[in-house]
Design a protein around this ligand. Structure first.
Ligand SMILES: Cc1ncc(C[n+]2csc(CCOP(=O)(O)OP(=O)(O)O)c2C)c(N)n1
Ligand SMILES: [Mg+2]
Length: 291
């Protein structure tokens, strides 16, 4: 049994349950505003974040950031309180789902908006002359934002320890990527001289292994890198808005990162982890009188 996979699967399963719970709380009228879940993309969040160091490294996320946040902090209660708008939430209930900050974690909902910020953080890490790196997640759609290219240019020019992670889930809200982009996305960072690796983003072990190697190299040379993860959003864009045909979604369900991990895990291990996570989520809901 691969012990790494057991740990990675548990983190993915917890994120899946947490976000399914959020969608349910919305439908019951307990939550307001909006949420963007990463259902189907958990391997990207868990694979990348498990390979970085929350103390040394900084993580900048985006509108679809619960998975990144939970993989980084494991704080399900703090995040739920924040999304419920409670003063005891991690940002006093004012940030909601998209504007989160705790320790070295930052997110905002402006597409591409965190990339120049992450580049500035990378500059400060370079000045500090330690081996910390700055990681930033964007979607394929965000790659149309011009500010990303200004930031990549600076990261390349000044050779900053910035890791740009692109979660290529093939769609931006309702626009398929091929109706938005005139060229392959991985060509963009390469054109700035930034080494770019493309990985199957639904294979959590592959994502983890590639990130680990990239991060080890960045700690040595303190230079920028890009990781492009091919994946698919299995859930709606936010709560119920989905215009894709059912056949397309069903096709991608066979490539669900959780199901893929489950094919390698024993039935016992899978059941133990699922029960553990379900118990944890139930306790959380009981604490908030939501069960
Ligand atoms: C600057 C800006 N423009 C538009 C939006 C509205 N918006 C939120 S998410 C989204 C689609 C993002 O697509 P992508 O970057 O591929 O990320 P995904 O949602 O697929 O994870 C849009 C257009 C926004 N938040 N910020
Ligand atoms: Mg997308």
């Amino acid at each position: 049994m691969n012990s790494d996979l057991v740990i990675l699967y548990e983190k993915m399963f917890l994120i899946r349950l947490f976000e399914e719970t959020l969608l349910n709380l919305f439908s019951l009228g307990h939550l307001r505003g909006t949420v963007h879940t990463c259902i189907g993309q958990e391997a990207c969040a868990v694979g990348v974040v498990s390979a970085i160091d929350p103390k040394r490294d900084t993580l900048c996320s985006n509108h679809r950031g619960h998975g990144h946040f939970l993989a980084f902090t494991d704080d399900t209660d703090g995040l739920l309180k924040e999304i419920l708008g409670l003063a005891s939430g991690i940002c006093g209930g004012k940030g909601g789902s998209q504007h989160l900050h705790v320790n070295n974690f930052y997110s905002n909902g402006i597409l591409g908006g965190m990339v120049p910020i992450a580049t500035g953080i990378a500059l400060s890490q370079k000045f500090a002359a330690k081996d910390g790196i700055s990681v930033v997640f964007v979607g394929d759609g965000a790659m149309s934002e011009g500010v990303i290219y200004e930031a990549l240019n600076i990261a390349s020019l000044w050779q900053l320890p910035l890791l740009l992670v692109i979660e290529h889930n093939q769609i931006a809200q309702s626009t398929p990527w091929n109706l938005e982009h005139g060229s392959a996305i991985e060509g963009r960072p390469i054109s700035f001289g930034i080494p770019t690796e493309t990985v199957d983003g639904n294979d959590v072990q592959a994502v983890y292994a590639s990130t680990k190697t990239i991060v080890d190299n960045m700690r040595q040379d303190s230079k920028p890198r890009c990781l492009l993860l091919n994946t698919y959003r299995l859930g709606p864009h936010s709560k119920g808005d989905d215009y894709r045909c059912i056949t397309e979604i069903s096709f991608h369900q066979t490539n669900d990162p959780l199901k893929r991990a489950e094919t390698v895990l024993s039935e016992n291990v899978k059941t133990r982890i699922q029960t553990l996570c379900q118990t944890r989520i139930n306790h959380m809901l009981e604490n908030f009188s939501l069960l």
